[in-house]
Write a protein that binds this ligand. Structure first.
Ligand code: UDX
Length: 470
């Protein structure tokens, strides 16, 4: 089948490549000429494991093309996916629908005959209904354009896998039309995926839109729940990681998304819960999502708690201290630094007077653009040179598996602060390091040994310091 994908950012580029991988003839469209030039040679403007291979394979097979010209899209196919960005508004919690509206405005008047437009972007409930009205005004006489909404649930780092092996497909159509062709067309597009038994949920526009933001709100709530519990664990000296394992064994709860630490960031979860809150206000249901404000607040205060813990580990203050921050991306296997807890912590430490050196295996360039005031290293060992404390802020495998010996001789103080509860405390203690974890002690390990480093004050205010508790 011939398809176009309008918008070739993270979602759109992945979707275009994966639709070609399913055997379709795909034209990706984006207004950014640089992005299109890179995609045409199979180069992704962002880091995503495996995506370049899929792009290159399908470019060489001739199933995948890219253009900046939306007129080509209108002539190329009669099915068009919308995958443009929906960022948070500059002011307030609402969602900026400018890119979606611009895409619809550009494409609709050019379409002749029967077309199906399938929205994939994450949008506030009610968007599809409003866009359909907008499109009706712009539709050329004699043409018929149907709008459907099929949200995408892909995770950065697993974008290809999530697109080709989704947990479910959701399709929302106009509840007031009896003439929808969307289900039949979408069934054809995804027939290889559906043949594996993937659940296919057909519903109305509003439900489809809400499925996506509800899923993200639930995930964010789960993370903030465990982080809230970790605050209690910090207060009483309990181990939130063991607690998460124990409650996670309950099949109704499940262990995933119960990793306490620095909390969630990225281009989706924070923005989506805020957009959901804003939409609830607009539809007169403010009270219903009031708890999401707390979910957001819990998440944000983990970052400050982490900065306090670093200060405590440095003797009460970071002023003048050299701090190595390992990790800048909002999560491993990504170079995305949007709303990154790691960079936020690095920035806060710098504001408190520390000399901060950041290393990230993939996100250094993006970080430099966003936080040019920080220093950047080209390796973990380089970042740790003369450091008084080392902060692990993103759980990249290379940090999780780093042996203390790799940096023990270059640092000035053997102090490590684990912002993702991803290290083995005993390994670090055995190597003479003072180990601290956000979210309370890590009980799975033995009693910490005496630190050879300079003495630390015991602050009952600052939490997560195992050494100060023993
Ligand atoms: C998310 C949703 O998972 C995905 O379905 C949706 O389409 C887009 O938003 P993504 O933003 O790529 O995907 O990242 P995700 O893997 O969900 O992680 C989000 C954040 O939560 C990261 O900062 C991660 O470090 C954090 N997180 C995740 C935790 O703090 N604890 C956990 O247990 C899990």
């Amino acid at each position: 089948m011939k398809l176009t994908v309008i918008g070739c950012g993270y979602l759109g580029a992945t979707h275009a490549a994966c639709m070609a991988e399913l055997g379709h003839d795909v034209l990706g469209v984006d207004t950014d000429a640089d992005k299109v030039a890179r995609l045409k040679v199979g180069d992704t403007p962002f880091f995503e494991p495996g995506l370049s291979d899929v792009l290159r394979r399908n470019l060489s097979a001739g199933r995948l093309q890219f253009t900046t010209d939306v007129r080509e899209a209108a002539a190329f196919a009669s099915v068009h996916f919308l995958g443009v960005g929906t960022p948070q508004q500059r002011r307030g919690y609402g969602v900026d629908l400018g890119y979606v509206e611009a895409a619809v405005d550009a494409l609709t008047p050019l379409l002749r005959g029967d077309h199906l437009v399938i929205g994939k972007s994450t949008v506030p409930v009610g968007t599809a209904a409003a866009l359909a009205q907008r499109m009706a005004v712009l539709t050329a006489p004699g043409s018929r354009i149907e709008l459907a909404w099929s949200p995408e649930f892909l995770r950065e780092g697993f974008a290809v896998e999530d697109t080709l092996e989704p947990d479910r497909l959701v399709l929302g159509t106009d509840p007031d039309t009896a003439e929808s062709t969307a289900e039949q067309i979408v069934t054809e597009i995804y027939c290889d995926i559906l043949s594996t038994g993937v659940p296919f949920i057909r519903t109305d526009w509003a439900t489809a839109e809400l499925v996506k933001v509800s899923a993200n709100a639930f995930l964010a709530t789960k993370i903030s729940f465990i982080n809230a519990v970790s605050e209690i664990c910090e207060a009483v000296g309990a181990d939130v990681s063991t607690l998460a394992d124990a409650i996670g064994h309950d099949k109704r709860i499940g262990r995933r998304f119960l990793n306490a630490g620095l909390g969630f960031g990225g281009g989706c979860l924070p923005k989506d819960i805020r957009g959901f809150i804003a939409r609830a206000d607009e539809v007169g249901a403010t009270q219903s999502l009031r708890f999401l404000r707390e979910v957001d607040a819990i998440n944000t205060r983990r970052r400050t708690a982490m900065v306090d813990l670093v200060a405590h580990a440095c003797g009460g203050d970071v002023l003048g201290a050299n701090i190595a921050v390992l990790g800048a991306a909002f999560k491993p296997e990504s170079d995305d630094v949007r709303d990154s807890p790691a960079l936020n912590v690095a920035g806060q430490l710098a504001l408190r007077g520390a000399s901060v050196t950041v290393f990230d295996p993939k996100a250094s360039q993006n970080s430099q653009r966003m936080y040019p005031m920080l220093a950047y290293a080209t390796s973990a060992a380089e970042a740790c040179e003369q450091a008084d404390a080392v902060v692990v802020a993103t759980e990249w495998a290379e940090f999780v598996h780093m042996a203390p010996e790799e940096i023990s001789d270059v640092v000035r103080g053997r102090v490590i602060i684990d912002g993702r509860r991803c290290l083995d405390p005993q390994t670090w203690r055995d190597a003479g390091w003072r180990y601290h974890a956000i979210g309370g002690p890590m009980r799975a390990t033995a009693v910490p040994q005496q630190s050879p480093q300079r003495s630390r004050p015991t602050s009952s205010q600052v939490t997560g310091d195992i050494a100060s508790r023993t």
